[in-house]
Design a protein around this ligand. Structure first.
Ligand SMILES: C[S@@+](CC[C@H](N)C(=O)[O-])C[C@H]1O[C@@H](n2cnc3c(N)ncnc32)[C@H](O)[C@@H]1O
Length: 242
């Protein structure tokens, strides 16, 4: 996969992409990430990328010309998903991450100030993504979130693919509770079934816990979750208390 990122703040990406799973995926050549400075595509003397909004109002907008020039130069006219990070986009969830992870290439545009000239949204981008219903100062942190979530879905990026299959949101449920040593900490004991060595019992307990945890914390997820008829029956009488 190749990911291009267009930003006014290239240095913000140095730390996050130089550590952990994203760094390992880059080192293993599972992904190439190229960071482009939007100012390099502003050809006036002062390399201006923003201007006042028509009609008045506070703040500045990113201008259309440098954004079009940058995207056209970076993609070279190739068909590439061009994704604008914006609080007005479709919400990022695991389903959207899985969809993005199927692309061979994508270009992420980080907005700033009051956002971008709307002609960018109308005529340049093919997708708009929000990482949540709140407003960030710029699209950089949102782009990092998208990249992190997508890169860990690339085959070979994680130590164990099995951990992905059981992650929260992978099958519409939250993950079951987990414990590690010591067996007793401050008098709090690890559930005995996890020490039993009975793999069938452990799997059954984990599945139940996963369903109950989702019922208590995120009942909205259960509608789309992959549950058996028996499991649906089990939760139907329990209500929010589980
Ligand atoms: C201050 S925000 C602009 C918000 C814009 N005035 C509005 O009300 O929709 C500046 C930039 O941060 C990014 N941004 C802010 N919140 C975001 C979110 N929830 N998800 C993705 N990007 C976001 C976008 O790139 C946006 O252009």
């Amino acid at each position: 996969m190749r990911i291009d990122i267009l930003t006014l703040f290239p240095n913000m990406f140095v730390g996050p992409f130089g550590e952990s799973i994203t760094k390992r995926a880059i080192d293993r050549q599972l992904v190439t990430i190229a960071i482009h400075n939007l100012r390099d595509y502003a050809w006036d003397k002062h390399r201006i990328v923003d201007d006042y909004p028509y009609g008045g109002g506070p703040g500045m907008l990113l201008k259309a010309e440098p954004l079009f020039a940058a995207v056209e130069a970076i993609t070279g006219g190739e068909e590439t998903p061009v994704i604008l990070l914006t609080p007005q986009g479709r919400l990022l969830c695991q389903e959207v991450v899985e969809e993005l992870a199927t692309h061979e290439r994508m270009l992420l545009i980080c907005g700033h100030y009051e956002g971008v000239d709307d002609r960018v949204r109308q005529h340049l981008v093919s997708d708009e993504i929000s990482i949540g219903d709140y407003v960030l100062s710029g699209g950089e942190l949102a782009a990092m979130v998208v990249v992190d979530a997508v890169v860990r879905r690339l085959p070979g990026a994680l130590g164990s693919e099995a951990s992905v299959a059981e992650d929260s949101h992978s099958d519409g449920l939250l993950k079951y509770p987990q414990y590690t040593r010591p067996q007793v900490y401050r008098g709090w004991e690890v559930p005995p079934v996890l020490l039993s060595g009975n793999h069938a019992q452990i799997a059954k307990w984990r599945r139940e816990q996963s369903i109950l945890r989702t019922l208590r914390r995120r009942p909205d997820l259960l509608e789309k979750a992959k549950l058996t008829d028996k499991e649906r029956e089990m939760i139907s009488g329990r209500g929010i208390e589980g």
